[in-house]
Design a binder for this molecule. Structure first.
Ligand code: NAD
Ligand code: TYD
Length: 379
């Protein structure tokens, strides 16, 4: 395998840390640079196990800093960029959309322009180069729940849970028209368009992938799964937005990281791939699985924590259903998820319970106060 100099942005975050770990361990001949601003969501503790590896380097940088990034590209002779850095939480985007436009839109544009300037200055130009942008299925908007009781799904994968159901008969395809609703998804959609524009206008070798909801270790505990595991453990209320009927399609984070590795190396330039495991869950059903799993592992009587469920005011513009069709990635590149959902949840719950120190270091911070006035408990 040829030597490569790769920047992974957002490597101190949830998904980024799994991607950095995979690349550092799998490709000792590569130089892997983890570029991260270390916002509230960036945590170098996520990478303690690989921080001393000779092929790994951390650079603290804001992706909006065009000059600094252009200089880094030149100094490190970067030929591959895997771009994950972003503001990623929908609730925060509802409160503070400007930060999302700045980082997700302007930051991505800044990376693209710096890469263009550097790569176009080289004798070989764009040959052997790659700008890979990680995006979300939320850019496609929301699917209808025209089968609220669930139907036999047209697809199944290893990730599909026991008794797997689909809650509508439409899915997100690579050809689905963009229709983002939240400030978060609007900013990601905009960045996706800029990435494609750099291919179509300047010939930059870009790839975009759109993935469904990820879960697993090292996820910041503002997101549903880690937040609820931690609250169950600490006997704190579980704030379920609306009726808990919204559907999300869950994929284990290491399966996403493996897809990113495969697509970075073997994906077609200018293509888009959807990534997901055909694993739809109503929030309330998923929450009950988490309660059951945590209670069993902690030795509580079955159902002991069900009383923590607290229905709260719904999220503004709350998308009803996400469900992604990843057939293209499975057929063209041979990717498939490795973990069945119940196994993934068991592994995830155990990880958070076993890594209480990691969690406490975060929750002792300020972030919880941020939401105090946002969602008022009804119950
Ligand atoms: P995260 O919030 O856990 O991590 C984001 C990282 O980006 C953090 O380390 C943060 O410090 C860094 N960052 C933020 N602003 C920055 C800036 N201006 N400059 C440099 N670094 C900055 O996010 P995540 O859940 O790991 O998501 C990573 C990427 O994957 C995002 O682009 C997100 O849109 C996308 N994605 C996430 C999911 C999901 O379920 N979490 C699903 C599909 C796609
Ligand atoms: P989240 O983890 O924020 O991911 P996303 O909004 O990107 O899908 O939320 C997952 C689902 O859980 C979503 O439908 C909102 C819901 N939710 C709650 O009901 N309560 C909560 O406290 C959180 C954080 C999310």
């Amino acid at each position: 395998m040829a030597k490569r100099n790769i920047v992974i942005t957002g490597g101190a975050g949830f998904i980024g840390s799994h991607v950095v770990r995979l690349f550092v361990n799998k490709y000792p001949e590569y130089n892997i640079i983890n570029l991260d601003k270390l916002t509230y969501a960036g945590n170098l503790a996520n990478l303690k196990d690989i921080e001393d590896k000779p092929n790994y380097k951390f650079v603290k940088m804001d992706i909006c800093d065009f000059d600094a990034f252009h200089k880094l590209m030149q100094q490190e002779q970067i030929d591959g960029i895997i771009h994950l850095a972003a503001e990623s939480h929908v609730d925060r985007s509802i409160k503070d959309p400007f930060t999302f436009a700045r980082t997700n839109v302007m930051g991505t544009l800044s990376l693209l322009q710096a890469a263009k300037l550097y790569w176009e200055s080289l004798p070989e130009g764009y040959e052997g180069k790659r700008f890979y942008h990680i995006s979300t299925d939320e850019v496609y908007g929301a699917l209808t729940m025209n089968h609220p009781e669930g139907i036999e799904p047209p697809f199944k994968t290893v990730a599909s849970s026991e008794g797997h159901k689909a809650y509508g008969d439409d899915f997100f395809y690579e050809t689905t028209k963009y229709n983002p609703h939240s400030p978060y998804s609007a900013s990601k959609a905009s960045s996706d368009h800029f990435v494609r524009a750099y291919h179509d206008t300047y010939g930059m070798p870009t790839i975009v992938t759109n993935c469904s909801n990820n879960y697993g270790p090292y996820q910041f505990p503002e997101k549903l799964i880690p937040l609820f595991i931690n609250n169950i453990r600490n006997r704190k209320p579980l704030p379920v937005y609306g009726k808990g009927e919204n559907v999300r399609d869950w994929l284990y984070v290491e399966d996403h990281a493996r897809a990113i590795d495969l697509i970075f190396h073997e994906g077609e330039v200018a293509e888009t791939y959807n990534i997901g495991g055909f694993n739809e869950w109503k929030n309330i059903d998923l929450i009950k699985v988490m309660i059951k799993t945590v209670d069993r592992i902690l030795g509580n009587p079955e159902g002991a924590s069900l009383d923590l469920i607290t229905y709260v005011t719904d999220r503004l513009g709350h998308d009803a259903r996400y469900a992604i069709d990843s057939t293209k990635l499975q057929k063209e590149l041979g990717w498939e998820p490795s973990l069945q959902f119940e196994e993934g949840i068991e592994k995830t719950v155990r990880w958070y319970l076993d890594n209480q120190e990691w969690m406490d270091n975060i929750t002792s911070g300020e972030y919880e106060k941020y939401y105090e006035d946002m969602y008022k408990y009804n119950g």
